[in-house]
Ligand binder design. Structure first.
Ligand SMILES: [Zn+2]
Length: 340
């Protein structure tokens, strides 16, 4: 199984983060492990929205991961845990290096190299094919995103070494409520960044349509301006109606842009009312020949793994489960950025 959408900030067990926090002597408001662990457990009862989810947890995890040694240990543990829990054989780990330099104390080069080294060890120890996707931020200045693009090009993959690929792609992430995709100038500048990355051999994925902040109209804008290879979520496509729905479906099918579907996170952030609606959406994608693959997004924060995500979907799909899960697996191999 391959997991193509997994964030470093939401995939590291709290015990590992606690150890880093204590070893580095970071001053925080957490005085014991139990309080810390509970603060990093996201549930549907507690989380109100995608914005709330991003604000509530990621500042803490990104701060703890903001050193080369912490970034290396964290990335290693993500792969090790995914393999042990769900027999993952391929994993593309995404993170924002700009948000881990602790106000300029560290360089992005040092952070990226540390994650590469963590993944090289994990690939060797567990036989998992790995790669890095560097996330830009909707909440960052354009200049910061350009710096991430330049870093990605500098560290781009030269091929797999024992399954470890280095930097294989670029992502756009961050709060959707800022509605950047509706700003023509911002989107045009972002398109220039993505084009430069693509020309250097990097692939593109893009978080859009994960919440009502970027609905079907924003998905269309991203498809037309960015031409991504994959889309993070795109779950808001299910709300598209009439001609817009037909246009989006035809475009996704024609360009074979793969939707990365992450069930539990969509439920925790209140984007979907239940898993049955997500199962209906996925069946519709299969019927329309729009590629999709099942991923975990932030498996530690929502306490899941890829096997569990598939079981959740299978329970709703009934007799359709085997064919849909097989299709997801085929798509994850066809649309992955990593190579063996
Ligand atoms: Zn995500």
């Amino acid at each position: 199984m391959h997991d193509l959408h997994i964030h470093l900030g939401g995939a590291v067990p709290s015990a590992v983060l606690w150890e880093i926090l204590c070893d580095n002597g970071l001053r925080t408001g957490y005085h014991d492990f139990t309080t810390f662990h509970e603060s990093l457990t996201a549930t549907t009862d507690e989380v109100k929205s995608l914005d709330d989810f991003l604000n509530r947890y990621f500042q803490v995890t990104e701060e703890i991961q903001s050193s080369p040694s912490a970034a290396s240990v964290s990335s290693y543990q993500v792969v090790a845990k995914a393999h042990r829990r769900a027999k993952i054989s391929g994993l593309e780990l995404r993170f924002n290096p700009y948000k881990r330099v602790r106000g300029g104390l560290h360089t992005m080069d040092a952070i990226i190299l540390a994650v590469m080294q963590g993944l090289e060890r994990a690939s060797l120890h567990y036989g998992v094919t790995t790669g890095i996707i560097l996330s830009l931020g909707r909440d960052l200045p354009l200049d910061a995103n350009w710096q991430i693009i330049e870093a990605a090009i500098k560290w781009r993959s030269r091929g797999s070494i024992n399954g470890a690929n280095g930097v294989v792609g670029i992502d756009m992430a961050g709060p959707e409520s800022v509605r950047r995709e509706y700003d023509r100038d911002w989107l045009a500048e972002t398109a220039r960044m993505m084009e430069k990355a693509r020309a250097a051999g990097l692939k593109i994925t893009y978080h859009v349509g994960e919440s009502e902040g970027t609905g079907p109209e924003a998905i269309l804008r991203v498809l037309e301006a960015i031409h991504p290879d994959r889309i993070g979520h795109g779950i808001e496509l299910r709300k598209a109606e009439g001609a817009l729905r037909d246009t989006l479906t035809a475009l996704l099918r024609h360009t074979q842009t793969c939707l990365e579907i992450c069930p539990t996170v969509n439920r925790v952030t209140q984007v979907i009312p239940d898993f049955a609606s997500l199962a209906r959406f996925v069946l519709g994608l299969a019927r329309e020949k729009v590629p999709f693959c099942i991923c975990t997004d932030n498996p530690y924060l929502v306490h899941t793994n890829l096997r569990n995500e598939q079981d959740i979907l299978a329970a709703e799909l009934g007799a359709d489960a085997p064919s849909i899960l097989a299709l997801s697996h085929e798509n994850s191999l066809r649309h992955r950025f990593i190579s063996e």
